[in-house]
Write a protein that binds this ligand. Structure first.
Ligand SMILES: N=CN[C@@H](CCC(=O)O)C(=O)O
Ligand SMILES: [Zn+2]
Length: 412
């Protein structure tokens, strides 16, 4: 199918040769074309330019984007959208004074979601997860990473990943999967963390690898969950199966996980709400992408990752949702971008770079996603008429999306 977008008021993130990521001062640069067109052929951006130099195009659908802005669809590199039910009661418990950590210590939190998921059929889990995926596609997400980690038994972890894989087959959105068996210590292994690590290494990982269910491996490296030594064990075991690390670190405490993740050549380190100067230094000159999750900070009322400081020291930064039932029941990347500007002091240019090019990098999709570049996937957001792109984060909470194109087709 061929599709021509014409009279685009401003086309964002136009890169003839797109870098794999943008860092530091480069993040302030958002190249655009005014009064532009884009030609899409079979799901790929074939060509683009300005209206004054557009040749004749006939015989296929044309969308007049007069007054509208067009940008690459969001690249959400961190989500947990395959889960069962919700944790609305814990939300109310927090309003009434309990902390996220206290709820987890009382048997709530991740193990609560695991119980629900273990008792949910694969079909029902697919149905619930597909509804979330459809929701985020309508909100402009064109590529998403999905983690396991709410199973915590071999069967339930495999069930989660099979559901994520089935979503990838059924929907046009690009999906990458991550094995996060080391998300929490299941109730049956309380006091026997090493026993659970043995299960992860000896039973779960070989099965995940044999069925090719994941490309990435994750672990929640945090006090009360898994230590840096546990992380090193999981990541080095994962290496045997070519599972690339993408890890949860520094959400509540800095315990040395970042330096270790960099040592293990992690593709990304995610959360980063609590960062020491040593943590920031460990990321310098590495290929590891720091990923901030501002909706999580918003929902839990915890500090925001020091994105401004990280970019000012020359680091790249990606933004993602963390969509999950406990800490972030929202998959809205528009809110993420606005919140990064409002609370982390990123400029609109930096936030859009973080949610497109750098998000694509954090899921190994730099070559195909994240910019308007010939040959890349035609995953685009068409906004309603807006005065300028800075208006998108400025008017936070307004729905400014007119339509979304994924794989060259309009999302219904
Ligand atoms: N922090 C670890 N894992 C998830 C949330 C887990 C939950 O509360 O269900 C996160 O990234 O925020
Ligand atoms: Zn997460």
């Amino acid at each position: 199918m061929k599709l021509l977008l014409t009279n685009i008021k401003e086309l964002l993130q136009v890169r003839e040769n797109c870098p794999e990521k943008v860092s530091g001062l480069e993040m302030k640069n958002l190249p655009t074309l005014k009064n532009a067109w884009v030609f899409i052929n079979h799901g790929i951006i074939e060509d683009y330019g300005t209206m004054d130099e557009m040749g004749p195009h006939q015989g296929f659908k044309t969308l007049n984007c007069s007054g509208k802005t067009v940008l690459p669809a969001w690249c959400d590199s961190h989500s947990h959208i395959v889960y069962a039910g919700n944790r609305e009661q814990e939300f109310v418990d927090r309003i009434n004074g309990l902390s996220y950590q206290e709820i987890a210590e009382n048997g709530g939190g991740i193990v609560n979601s695991a119980k629900k998921l273990q008792n949910t059929s694969e079909e029902e889990l697919y149905h619930q997860s597909a509804a979330r995926l459809e929701e985020v596609m309508r909100l402009g997400t064109g590529a998403i990473e999905i983690k396991s980690g709410y199973g915590l038994t071999t069967d339930a972890e495999l069930k989660m990943l099979r559901v994520a894989k089935k979503l990838a087959e059924e929907y046009p959105i690009s999906i990458k999967t991550t094995f996060l068996g080391a998300h929490a210590i299941p109730t049956e292994y309380k006091g026997n963390k090493d026993g659970y690590l043995d299960l992860l290494c000896d039973e779960m990982m070989p099965k995940v690898a044999a069925e090719k269910l994941a490309e990435y491996i994750d672990i929640f490296c945090e006090e009360g969950y898994f230590s840096v030594a546990d992380m090193e064990r999981i990541l080095s075991e994962g290496k045997k199966y070519n599972l690339i690390p993408k890890v949860h670190v520094n959400q509540f405490n800095s315990i040395g996980g970042i330096a270790s993740a960099v040592k293990y050549q992690a593709l990304s380190v995610d959360h980063l709400e609590v960062m020491t100067d040593e943590d920031i230094a460990a990321l310098q000159n590495s290929r590891t992408m720091p990923v901030a999750l501002p909706s999580c900070s918003y929902f839990l009322s915890i500090p925001y990752a020091p994105g401004r400081k990280m970019i000012d020291t020359g680091l790249p930064l990606a933004l993602a949702t963390d969509y999950n039932p406990g800490s972030t029941p929202s998959g809205n990347m528009n809110f993420v971008v606005a919140t990064a500007c409002i609370k982390m002091r990123l400029t609109p240019e930096e936030a859009i770079n973080a949610a497109t090019i750098n998000g694509a990098y954090a899921m190994g999709l730099s070559k195909t996603h994240g910019s308007i570049t010939k040959g890349k996937k035609a995953n685009l957001i068409i906004t309603k008429p807006v005065p300028s792109y800075g208006y998108l984060p400025y008017a936070f909470g307004s729905n400014l999306i007119d339509s979304v194109i994924i794989d060259g087709k309009e999302v219904k």
